[in-house]
Design a protein around this ligand. Structure first.
Ligand code: AVJ
Length: 315
């Protein structure tokens, strides 16, 4: 396993994010910190909820198009940005078995990554599996090279970035791509806001717990004393930006001490802190943003219901 990101780097960036976010107006926290062990388990639970369609829809597209993806790319290396559930990976690896020689899962967390990589290596003898611990926002240029690489960025995670950040990110990705490489990008699509809101505010309250989990992460990692029960989950649709926003609303006036930062922050009753944006796309916007980054869409697939998209883009 290659490490471009140490536990110390990660701790530093958490400190910076929390200090910057909690001293800003309005307060914000980046979604990156949801995913400790409990947060990852809660996200897995979200993907099985009736209301949360993206994972199922993306799987439908991958199942239907895996052999098209294989034929179109003839990929020798599969680079996967962000740890997949393993299931999407298996679909792709199965389809690419004629040409694929190596698989490179990339994630910020080494714990989950080593396990997942070992399982895949055991199931695919002959496939070189090289896990890389890296932040794909910072370390794109350090990822393994090769001819015919397929870079998969699935799940709709691109939606966690605002438009300018997406174009910047895609541009850096493009800068490291050769002519034979391709990008497989999963992106959720604009749809009825009521359905979107249900997907991000489920009846069982799993998403609410997932949202509050970031406070537990900060309590543990930075010796803070957030009372997660004093924050209510909020999901809203921003029609202008075409994104879902998740927030935590302070249910009372309260002060929180973050011992590890020697910082005290106060929240007014009703004050809202943004914890995630999840942008939803139209094909035109994907074409425009990929185009601005120097990539063009060779294939654009959706599930039959038109809920989710997979784009295959090339330099
Ligand atoms: C993993 C970022 C794609 O935005 O839908 C799920 C995270 N947040 N429910 C998404 C999430 C609330 C998810 N991504």
């Amino acid at each position: 396993m290659d490490r471009f990101l140490t536990a110390d780097d990660l701790a530093k960036s958490l400190r910076r994010d929390v200090r910057d976010g909690l001293t800003a107006t309005p307060k914000t926290l980046p979604p990156k910190w949801f995913y400790d062990e409990r947060g990852s388990a809660l996200f897995e639970e979200i993907t099985r909820l009736d209301e949360y369609y993206p994972t199922r829809r993306e799987r439908e597209i991958l199942t239907a198009r895996a052999s098209d993806i294989a034929a179109a790319t003839g990929a020798e290396t599969l680079l996967e940005l962000g740890a997949g559930s393993g299931e999407k990976t298996r679909l792709l690896l199965g389809a690419l078995n004629g040409t694929l020689r190596s698989y490179v899962p990339v994630d910020v967390s080494g714990d989950f990554l080593a396990e997942a990589a070992a399982r895949i290596a055991a199931d695919h003898p002959g496939l070189a599996v090289r896990a890389v611990v890296a932040d794909y926002e910072q370390h794109l240029h350090l990822l393994p090279g090769g001819r015919r690489r397929l870079i998969a960025f699935l799940g709709g995670t691109i939606g966690n970035m605002a438009s300018a950040a997406r174009v910047g990110f895609l541009g850096r990705l493009r800068a490291g791509m050769g002519d034979g490489d391709a990008l497989l990008l999963g992106a959720d699509l604009v749809k009825d806001p009521a359905r979107l809101l249900r997907a991000y505010d489920d009846a069982a309250g799993v998403t609410a717990e997932f949202n509050r989990n970031v406070l537990r992460v900060i309590n543990r990692e930075l010796d803070a004393d957030f009372d997660p029960d004093a924050f209510a989950h909020v999901a809203l649709w921003d029609a202008e930006e075409e994104w879902i926003e998740m927030r935590l609303r302070s249910t009372r006036d309260q002060a929180v001490r973050i011992g590890g930062l020697d910082l005290e922050v106060s929240f007014a009753a009703g004050e809202e802190m943004r914890t995630e944006i999840s942008a939803k796309f139209r094909r035109e916007r994907l074409e425009a943003e990929l185009g601005a980054a120097g990539l063009s869409i060779a294939e654009f697939w959706t599930d039959p219901a038109g809920d989710f998209s997979l784009s295959l883009a090339r330099p």
